[in-house]
Design a protein around this ligand. Sequence first.
Ligand code: B16
Ligand code: MG
Length: 212
Amino acid sequence: MDIKAVIFDLDGVIVTTDDCHYTAWKKMADDEGIYFDRKINERLRGVSRMQSLEIVLEKSDKAYTEQEKLALAAKKNAYYVDLIQKLTPHDVLGGVMKNLETLKERGIKIAIGSSSKNTPIILNRIGLADYFDAVSDGNNIKNSKPDPEVFLKAAEMLNIAPENCMIVEDADAGIEAGKRAGMKTFALGNATGADFYAKSLENVDLYKLVSQ
Ligand code: B16
Ligand code: MG
């Protein structure tokens, strides 16, 4: 493999914000009397805020106007932003810092490729705001995962060809995006269909893998 950069998804890979997303959607759905559970929440991983809302509303009989939908998404986001204020560097997932440090030391570029518009807040809270060589997120893309745009933008920012990049993802939508971008893919947790897989980054040496 000739990997020169590793692009990390944020929610569910670097930090445990996936649970904050669940709690915030659940609260919004309960307010509206809409059924929502963790199984439905799995379908929201890596998917944009408005597309996530459409999935949540599948369980509702009410026809919401565009304006009402925007208000519901804003309400969920307010709950979510409130929850992520409590994040600290301790919430960075196991094995992440060790891998980031080794890749950096050995000259492999590291980037964020996240669908989230809250990426800057999260990186600030966990003390990694200036740590990555590039940050591509929900604020600079038109199409969210499984579209490859967020990863292609990250590669462009790094000035590295897509075939020399590997993405690390916890969502099927993200793995599909990485494949469509022409990159190597590493799946974590419940994500499937990737070139490589691990339950978490705890016992993984990404540098060793990419330098093979
Ligand atoms: P926001 P990732 C994604 O982040 C989340 O997995 C997904 O659940 C969320 O809907 C999306 O970000 C948008 O987030 O509402 O904060 O803009 O996994 O691509 O880092
Ligand atoms: Mg994710």
